[in-house]
Ligand binder design. Sequence first.
Ligand code: CTP
Ligand code: MG
Length: 395
Amino acid sequence: MNVAAVVVAAGRGERAGGGVPKQYRTVGGIPVIRLVLHNLVRAGAFSTIQPVVHADAVPLFRAACDGIAMQPPVVGGATRQASVLAGLEALVPHKPDVVLVHDAARPFVSPALIARAITAGEKGAGVPALAITDTVKIVDGGVVTATLDRNVLRTIQTPQAFRFDLLLAAHRKAASAGRSDFPDDASLAEWAGAQVNVFQGDPENIKLTTPDDFIRAEATAMAAKFSTLGDVRVGSGYDVHAFGDGDHIMLGGVRIPYTRGVVGHSDADVALHALVDAILGALADGDIGVHFPPSDPQWRGASSDRFLAFAAERVRQRGGMIGHLDVTVVCEAPRVGPYREAIRARIAEIAGVSLDRVAIKATTSEKMGFTGRGEGLTASATATIRLPWQDFSTS
Ligand code: CTP
Ligand code: MG
């Protein structure tokens, strides 16, 4: 049997806010639309997957879905119904027997739900349904006018499944009747006279609609990720450089104008060097000098962001993630405070972590010691990283 999927992604996601349409925002670091398509491909049930996108979003779509096996996207319409019809028309040459229509805003669709949908679609028309636990009332102007019997009510999700010919004919009929406002494909099929069956939906298969949905989905995704990253490690790092001739220092990847420079083999960025050692320390993976020997001329004057990007990549290569980076700089001058936010942003960018996972503090040493005399500056850092648990009991 030839089964196709239409993924409608041509909406603007207005209720979700957040700048870009919701299907292009990330959950757990992966664009929602990519999660959707990945889950459809993973089910192994479809001969053709047809995405439908907004005309303005083609570059966003390509960037998010690079490398996924599917048809090239077609452009949707002003309503969800029009977008589905565009996808169905694009499928005509592929002659599917059954088509599943799925919202791009439901990234948690499971293989089991897809299998149930296909079985239902073979019979004509089927929708995933969930029983209601809350009482549902009709309210008018802030006043309850009726209480419904929740035993006969269901909430309906996607994927909705249909015999292809049935759904295509119903959509064409609705379009030629000037109807464009059916909220889902089942209501359109009902209008066209089809019997729509229900099958068991999946409470996890939520439609991301509001900003709160994104907060909850992110928490769920992170909890799932963290549960596999149970090996929490903290590393520390320290670095010191002397002031010398010059007119600026590099600190946390940011150029700070100053009456002196810093003596060092690379760009002598104490904050980044301390952070690199903190990360390598957490990995138990040597130190900065092991990976970037000062004796090697290729690191002379090198920009230290390369060292930090390398250490962050080492964490990712081990299947881990950086939880937090924290640096304390000690110097009498220059003042670090005015550059704090720029430094945090730069470190977050280099290490590939969110801004709320980077801290930088500075202090003087109250005129005591070499930092107090203005001879140089130091930085100490801690890095918290999470790695996958390894079972060493058998090795
Ligand atoms: N959709 C579509 N074409 C439209 C409108 C909606 O393809 N003209 C798609 C959306 O991209 C989404 C699905 O239909 O995957 C369900 O719609 P909804 O959740 O309402 O998404 P949006 O319309 O994008 O969001 P909003 O209503 O908040 O603007
Ligand atoms: Mg909408």
